[in-house]
Design a protein around this ligand. Sequence first.
Ligand code: CA
Length: 234
Amino acid sequence: MNHKIALLLVEDEPHIAQALVFNLEEEGYQVTHVESGEQALEKLSNTPYSLIILDLALPGIDGLEVCDHLRKQGNQIPILMLTARGTAQDRITGLTTGADDYLAKPFNLKEFLLRVAGLLRRANWQPIHSDNILYTFGSNQINLETDQATTANGTFQLTELEMKMLRFFFDQEGIVLSRGKLLKQVWGMSPETETRTLDNFIVRLRKYFETNPAKPRHFRTVRGRGYRFVQNPE
Ligand code: CA
């Protein structure tokens, strides 16, 4: 393997970590090992990994919090959760928080390696959670795979251009986007192009998704600067 798959291992027990690192490296993976949730989040903020192996019980921020934090950020990296507490409730909590798979300690190393390989394989061809493809704001839900919107007014199909615009807003959530930038990103036009096209488009999105289109809470106008999408208005 020329290009090694990079994995992040978050485990505070040295002997377990050592054994996992050894075996993963034997399999040809490149492993970064950290001992706390804080270190994990720091690593993840500046390095891309293909998978996280995350111990549940950690000092400081625990595995569930790390998971929850990543998912709330929209980070869809596959997560294999490790725990000593193999109860059904823990399993449910872990999976609800956004872990993709779960392994209770003590586990068989062979099974562990199979789970890792399985998660990496699945991540390559489909979203692991059906939740991953749903984007929710207010009472609206957008299916990013089928381009369907479900709102207070029912379910309907969005056009390609509407989806392009929504994806851009979702990616840049909370950030003020100038009209020029939106036109360029969504229509691929030069910023000199008719901005009324864009303004009409925003009117349409507000009609679809705002409870009161005259007082938008999600698709906001920022006077003199452009538009800003807010997922969860206060
Ligand atoms: Ca631990």
